[in-house]
Design a protein around this ligand. Sequence first.
Ligand code: NAP
Length: 324
Amino acid sequence: MPIPEYFALQDNRMPRIGFGTWQAADDVLEKAVESALVAGYRHFDSARAYENEAALGRALRRWIDGDPAKRKELFVVTKLPPSGNRPDLVPEYFEGSFNDLGLDYLDLYLMHTPFAFEHVPGDLHPKNPDGTMKVDHTTDMIGVWKALLKLKETGRVRHVGVSNVNEEQLRRLCAVEKPECLQIEMHLLCQQKAMISVAKELGIPVVAYSPLGSKALTDALAAKNGRVYPDLLKLPVVVKIAEAHKRTPAQVLLRHLLQSGAAAIPKSTNPTRIKQNISIWDFELTDEEMNALCALDKGEDGRICDFSFFPGMEKHPEFPFKKQ
Ligand code: NAP
């Protein structure tokens, strides 16, 4: 059965394949965004913490070329960085993103993490002399969420949501007002079955980040922690299914996420792969193939982005990934 290419939001729609922009240098990103627009991407995922919003904004503005109808086609997302996680700082951090992107409005603004760094002007990732993060233990996640909701009143952002929260935090946020989007790590080895079912119950669309297994991050983490991160694109089950459909492993991974009920925001700076990652609407995984892929889930053990690259962060009272 065909699956919808968009998630419906109030007066808006979010394309279920978006373009990731993490770990892309400005000049590379500008070219990649141009390729992505030609390939048909209209959903772009950014963050203050990626420090490349200005490059994304330049490429998008060139494409929009002053035409409000073209702006309306886009769905542009960015995120409040952990150093902005205090209610009084939200407007200032939003302003920075808003100005760098240079658009008349943003579609979605996310709280990037429930935990917080200290606010150190000019340093989005402040560290202590011993290399641990400057953790802000005083953060008020609910106060920050209310400040995000207030941003909507300015008309500069149409929707607000959250990222990297756990179920308990999500329910706490919902008691104030339901986030309009939940962005979480989600891929073959970390299928987020519990969060998908909670989000479904609450009526919140889920966007899968690191959908292809985030090779750059796994390489960096493995060099530090010695853990072996399987390459999702080379898993025999994935390769076999890709061959059966005459598709690539990446297309199978993305299709699996879509058929599992999520949107996905793969990142690539290679024009061929950029095109490949959005060309996934004309084939379908069978129930048998879905079952074989779903069986590879490792749950919490499959998580890659555990924020261990922010030493000391796990001590924050809102750190989301404590093992149960
Ligand atoms: P990802 O999309 O899972 O993987 C990106 C890697 O896969 C890159 O090394 C890319 O290399 C490669 N790749 C892309 N398409 C491919 C294909 N068709 N075949 C083979 N390799 C392919 O990783 P990610 O960047 O971590 O996640 C995607 C986006 O999610 C990010 O860019 C960011 O926007 C968002 N994100 C959000 C959070 C959060 O905390 N909310 C955290 C992480 C990521 P090439 O560029 O060379 O193709």
